[in-house]
Structure formats: structure tokens, C-alpha cells
Ligand binder design. Structure first.
Ligand code: ADP
Ligand code: MG
Length: 240
């Protein structure tokens, strides 16, 4: 579902992604771990071309991502992304936040988009907040709206970049629960997270990144009990 071949990305002199090769099959939940600055966010952002790459190839569902143009917009719509900061449109209602892209990008009718938006808001447990504005919701609720908004585009892949890092602790689980149910339904997911319980329970695979490289690629049980590299051992020693 996601294929990266020899992907390189620089920020000036910084070689932030170094010859990244990655194949993610349909339905796999991949947890991305690694110290701050190791390139986790950049990896996510290149997959839907929020960041251009310098060389290599990225394909989603067998379609190579072009650098720009209409085809890029269509392919980007196949990849949903949820960020640490919820990035909702502050001046739009919750319902409008979820309806907007399907109407503008997918050219759905307003009635269809609305029905789908309610269904998704129901699914993330906040249909009763549909007419409110983002600032009237808690952080956990806003992040669930952000997930509903991404799902409204019928993405083939969902990328989550530290989706619970900005939340108060009591709201973390309501977001992880939504992600867990998505995973159970077979969504292909790449999840940057420090939530180790989620990583062990829901992840099929752990990538450990350091200095722009994937240093380890293992099943969660293996990675957490027997990390191979010193970098991973050091990292786990700090967070567990
Ligand atoms: P992580 O998500 O693992 O913390 P990032 O992918 O955000 O790491 O960043 C990797 C490296 O790239 C860091 O050193 C960061 O400072 C740098 N970086 C990220 N985005 C930019 C940018 N837009 N311009 C310049 N440097 C950047
Ligand atoms: Mg990051």
C-alpha cells in the first residue's frame, strides 16, 4: 500500500531522510519510533508530498506520486493525515470541517457529504457536537474530529504524527480507542507515537528511526524485549 524506494530528503546540509526503503502491505499498522529530530515527521510528510523529496520514489496503492499537479492532488487525497496540533478550521463548525474537503476536492454533493460527515462523527463519538466550533471542544474531541475529517476523504492510508502528544492525559485514550478500531477494520496506518501500550497492542511492526535512517524494523514484541541497536536500547531506556 505504501512503497518507498531509495528516498532521500535534505533540508539544506541536513540529510534528513537517507536512502529510505519501506514497503507497507495493505492493512498493516506500522509504529514509528525514534528520538526527536530523527526524521519521523518528515517521513510522514513525504508520503503525501507535503514535503517534496530529492530523489527516490514513493508509491501509494501502486501509484507513484508525481512531484506536482492534478494527479498529485488526487493521490494526496488517498492519504489521510492527523497531526499533533489538530489543525481544524477555527471559523468553521465541526460538521463543516468534516464536509469541506469531500465537497471541494471529491466534488461530492452537499447532502452526501453531510450524511457521510454525520456517520463519521457518530463513529468517533461526537455527532452531538456537530454544530459547535473547534474552540468549544476539548482537545480529545478536536482530535477525533480531525480523524473524522481525514476519513471523510475515504483514504487508503492514514498517517498519524504524534496524535496524542498535545492532549491532556485523560483524553489520550479516547483518541487511541478510535485509532484502535480503525486498525481493527483493516486500515493501513503509519503511526508516530510515544504511546508504548498502543504500539505493543495495536502495532504489527515497529520502525525505529535515528538520524534519518530506519535502524530497526521488527515486530513490536521483538523490538521492545530485544532491541538490536545501541541507539534503540538507549531510546527505550529513556522512555520505558
Ligand atoms: P522528528 O519528527 O523525528 O522529531 P523531523 O522529521 O521533524 O523529526 O525533523 C528531522 C530534522 O529535520 C530535524 O533536525 C529538524 O530540525 C529538521 N527539519 C524538519 N523540518 C524542517 C524544515 N522545514 N526546514 C529545515 N529543517 C527541518
Ligand atoms: Mg516529529
Amino acid at each position: 500500500m505504501i512503497s518507498m524506494k531509495s528516498v532521500n530528503k535534505h533540508f539544506g546540509a541536513l540529510h534528513v531522510l537517507q536512502e529510505i526503503d519501506l514497503e507497507v502491505p495493505r492493512g498493516q499498522v506500522v509504529i514509528v519510533l525514534g528520538p526527536s529530530g530523527s526524521g519521523k515527521s518528515t517521513l510522514c510528510r513525504t508520503i503525501n508530498r507535503l514535503e517534496p523529496i530529492d530523489s527516490g520514489e514513493i508509491a501509494v496503492d501502486g501509484k507513484v506520486l508525481p512531484a506536482e499537479g492534478k494527479a498529485l492532488a488526487a493521490l494526496r487525497a488517498d492519504v489521510g493525515m492527523v497531526f499533533q496540533s489538530f489543525n481544524l478550521f477555527a471559523h468553521k463548525t465541526i460538521l463543516d470541517n468534516v464536509m469541506l474537503a469531500p465537497v471541494k476536492v471529491r466534488k461530492k454533493s452537499s447532502a452526501d457529504a453531510k450524511a457521510k460527515a454525520y456517520e463519521l462523527l457518530e463513529r468517533v463519538g461526537i455527532a452531538n457536537q456537530a454544530d459547535k466550533y473547534p474552540a468549544q471542544l476539548s482537545g480529545g474531541q478536536q482530535q477525533r474530529v480531525a480523524i473524522a475529517r481525514a476519513l471523510a476523504m475515504n483514504p487508503k492510508v492514514m498517517l498519524f504524527d504524534e496524535p496524542t502528544s498535545a492532549l491532556d492525559p485523560e483524553m489520550v485514550n479516547e483518541v487511541l480507542d478510535v485509532m484502535t478500531s480503525l486498525a481493527k477494520e483493516g486500515m493501513t496506518m503509519l503511526v508516530v507515537t510515544h504511546e508504548m501500550g498502543f504500539a505493543r497492542k495495536v502495532g504489527h511492526r515497529v520502525l525505529f528511526m535515528a538520524d534519518g535512517q530506519i535502524v530497526e524494523d521488527a515486530e513490536p514484541a521483538t523490538f521492545f524485549t530485544a532491541p538490536k541497536s545501541e541507539r534503540a536500547k538507549d531510546f527505550l531506556g529513556k522512555i520505558l
